[in-house]
Ligand binder design. Structure first.
Ligand SMILES: [Zn+2]
Ligand SMILES: [Zn+2]
Length: 369
């Protein structure tokens, strides 16, 4: 065990440089001489399979997972966006990887912080991401030129973000009032004094009840502070259910920056519970018979709640335009892109306002002549 948990370094056999995880080659590659290291996935795992950890047990005890990152690391916290970044000790940090702010301070690691059990290795390389960004930018005509430059120049960062994923088996029972619509013919006196028959819509209410079983598999809760949640939700999903996910090995994050989670397990578990309750309510609502419903009451019993802490890859463009910081996020596995879009008012003026004014003036002139 002592050897396995020893800090891993991956020196290049040719030049001794520190090898980095290369997304395009899916291998450890020396950034100095291009040598591909003879490393195979699975060499440095602590277990062949990705373990689900019992949630209740983990919340009771201080730290169920005592594994560390297995590389020598430093952590800095950004005082502007509050993201905590995990660096390799050899790497010098000048500014925040997420918002570009230079005000970063070293932080002490929590003794019992949970380290990732799995990682979704980055699949898209920097040139591939730049191509996609170029295409994405082309469809945004009112974006400022600086925005384009940011997508094309060197402000692209490859990062691993922390996610929690939760499993649970649920038994739900529900009660509700089910409404059945029917039509009743009633007799009314019309405005001319004659009796007429009109069809009126009525609802007959009947109590209803039922139950269902559901299994939640890898319900995701992001633990990041560095990326806007709304943007992140747009580039989800990150595939975490199949073979794509690998047991954590330090090789996958070599040369990449990793964000440490700040939404802790307890809070993430609460969010997961709220997500599951909302989903179950919808599932139960679908079971209620009749044409309409009210007073839906759902009782849930959870069994076998487990979690994983996983790292997922993103590429991030972060830049300042005016007083605001903007982010463009690219899913490092699927390539999905989402971004804040600043609008250049200069461009809007020249492309929209000015032509409109010219047309109005021309119209007025043509009417006068
Ligand atoms: Zn080398
Ligand atoms: Zn920051």
């Amino acid at each position: 065990m002592a050897e396995i948990t020893a800090l891993r370094k991956y020196p290049c056999p040719e030049c001794g440089g520190d090898a980095e995880w290369n997304a395009a080659k899916q291998a450890l590659v020396c950034p100095y001489c291009g040598t591909i290291l003879p490393w195979k996935s699975g060499e440095d795992t602590l277990g062949a399979t990705i373990r689900e950890t019992d949630l209740a047990e983990a919340l009771r005890s201080a730290g169920p997972e005592t594994r560390d990152w297995r590389f020598e690391k430093r952590e800095v916290k950004c005082q502007s966006c509050h993201a905590i970044t995990v660096f390799e000790a050899s790497r010098a940090a000048q500014s925040c990887e997420f918002c570009g702010s230079p005000s970063i301070v070293p932080v002490e690691t929590d003794r019992d912080a949970i380290t990732p059990s799995a990682v979704l290795p980055a699949r898209l390389s920097e040139p591939q991401v730049r191509d996609r960004l170029r295409q994405w930018y082309a469809s945004r005509i009112f974006a400022p030129n600086r925005f384009k430059k940011a997508a094309l120049t060197d402000t692209l960062h490859g990062l691993y973000l922390p996610y929690w994923t939760f499993d649970a088996h649920v038994h739900a029972t529900w009660t509700a009032m089910a409404g059945y619509v029917y039509v009743e013919n009633v007799q009314r006196r019309g405005s001319d004094g004659r009796i007429v028959t009109v069809a009126e819509r009525r609802v007959r209410w009947e109590p209803a009840a039922g139950e269902l079983e559901h299994f939640f598999d890898d319900d995701p809760v992001p633990g990041t502070m560095g990326i806007e949640l709304a943007l992140l939700r747009k580039v989800e999903p990150f595939p975490t259910r199949g073979d794509e996910l690998k047991p954590y090995e330090p090789a996958y994050v070599r040369g990449w920056v990793v964000e440490r989670y700040q939404l802790d397990l307890r809070k993430a578990a609460e969010m997961n519970l709220a997500q599951m309750e909302a989903a179950l309510r919808q599932l139960c609502a679908k079971q209620v018979p009749g044409d309409t419903q009210r007073d839906l009451q759902v009782q849930t019993q959870y069994q076998g709640r487990t979690f994983k802490h996983v790292l997922v890859p993103v590429w991030l463009v972060s830049y300042t335009y005016g007083p605001k910081n903007y982010q463009i996020v690219v899913n490092g596995y699927t390539g999905a892109i989402a971004g804040d879009r600043p609008i250049s008012y200069v461009k809007v003026f020249f492309y929209v306002v000015l032509p409109t004014l010219i047309i109005i003036v021309l119209l007025l002139l043509s009417q006068q002549s």
